[in-house]
Design a protein around this ligand. Structure first.
Ligand SMILES: Cc1ncc(COP(=O)(O)O)c(C=O)c1O
Length: 385
């Protein structure tokens, strides 16, 4: 059997569909509800917390933009706070922003790395604020104390499709609701079939990328990167599509969630991150963003800061490896000129895959190509790692 087929069959068998693997947190909690996306989960959370138009929310200036669109669509006002170089909130700045009218502290666990939740919880309590945890990147991550992240806040949201092979999916946890907060609602709808079909095909293509032989992988990767670059350049304002506000997760997603090997996905992503981190030496022009992973963290990507991010993406793609600029698009509501570090992240961050379908050897190769780029940038003419 050709090598890629052997790899494909063993990956599908061992990794994706193993019937004895139980879903991990948040799937078994009593106060979780499932929605079409992280955005829809956030929209539902905002309304179930009883937030009203013109309530103010403290949001990190380093944000994706999709969450900002939901907050603004719900009529909330946003005040942006600084983050520090370790990506944790700047508490002094938060303190200065706590003025009358502020009702919520919004915190994001970037790449699945936990924020200092107990400190944030105390801060929110002391200032009479509700805490929203954006755990879009942090499915299956635990904090330094070994607690699942997404359980400390008044409202936590998850974007399930970032780590699981599903076409759609978001989860919402509301701390003070013990009943399922969404599934029983009469106005909660299944997403339209054509929508599920379209995103199902897209999802299958993305998953396949990790199973294909070099040449095809390279062609798909190049097209994916070109599409992402076009999206980044587009000035269309996406906003939040309120026609989706009551969409639950599709039946297809629910079925897949019951059958994937959750523990395997979690462990493989951790291991892949660690292998790449051990291989990548870092350098002057291409630097590591995160320290080493603690025991419970389940990462979304491997992020690096690059002086020439476009060049790095093209170099990786020319070696058949997907790499992408991360959150490079600036949201019109965030005054990034006042936030130099956050703007630098938008301009320089590049992410590399730690997908569960990649093997240790493939991760070592990614590290090797990354070192090659780093050496080439520092000492022109160097070609090999
Ligand atoms: C920090 C953050 N919050 C929320 C979302 C929205 O999640 P979804 O794409 O599932 O709607 C994203 C998506 O990338 C995100 O990065």
């Amino acid at each position: 059997m050709p090598k890629f087929l052997t790899k494909g069959v063993s990956t599908v068998r061992s990794l994706h569909f193993k019937l004895d693997s139980k879903p991990l947190f948040p799937f078994f909690t009593s106060n979780v509800s499932f929605w079409y996306s992280g955005q829809v989960a956030l929209w539902q959370g905002i309304h179930q917390l009883g937030l009203k138009k013109l309530d103010r929310v403290l949001v990190p200036a380093y944000s994706c933009g999709l969450e900002i669109d939901v907050l603004l669509s719900a009529g909330l006002q946003t005040d942006f706070y600084r983050i520090k170089e370790d990506l944790t909130p700047d508490f002094e700045h938060l303190e200065a922003l706590c003025k009358p009218g502020v009702r919520v502290l919004y915190v994001t666990h970037y790449f699945g790395v936990s924020q200092p939740l107990l400190m944030l919880r105390d801060f929110a309590t002391d200032h009479g604020l509700l805490l929203i945890e954006d755990n879009a990147h942090g499915l299956y991550s635990k904090d330094k104390d070994g607690q699942w992240i997404g359980r400390e806040a008044d409202c936590s949201i998850f974007s399930l499709r970032k780590k699981l092979p599903i076409p759609d999916g978001g989860a919402l946890i509301l701390r003070n609701k013990t009943q399922d907060a969404g599934a029983e609602r009469p106005d909660c709808q299944n997403p339209p079939l054509n929508r599920v079909f379209r995103s199902g095909v897209l999802m299958a293509c993305q998953e396949l990328v990790y199973l294909l032989p070099g040449g095809i992988y390279q062609a798909i990767t190049r097209r994916k990167v070109e599409k992402e670059a076009r999206q980044m350049e587009s000035t269309d304002e996406a906003g939040f599509d309120q026609s989706q506000a009551n969409w639950s997760t599709s039946r297809l997603t629910k079925w897949i969630i019951r059958h994937v090997n959750h523990s395997h996905i979690r462990e493989s992503r951790r291991q892949n991150f660690q292998v790449l981190d051990a291989c990548f030496r870092g350098g002057k022009t291409t630097r590591k963003l995160l320290g080493s992973l603690w025991d419970g963290c389940c990462p979304w990507f491997y992020p690096v800061m690059a002086d020439n991010p476009e060049g790095l993406v093209n170099f990786m793609v020319s070696h058949g490896i997907w790499a992408g600029r991360f959150w490079a698009q600036e949201h019109p509501n965030i005054p990034l000129q006042e936030f130099p570090f956050e703007r630098l992240l938008k301009r320089q961050l590049v992410v590399l895959p730690v997908h569960q379908g990649l093997s240790k050897e493939e991760m070592r190769r990614i590290g090797c190509v990354l070192n090659m780029w780093s050496a080439k940038e520092t000492i022109p003419g160097v070609q090999n790692c």
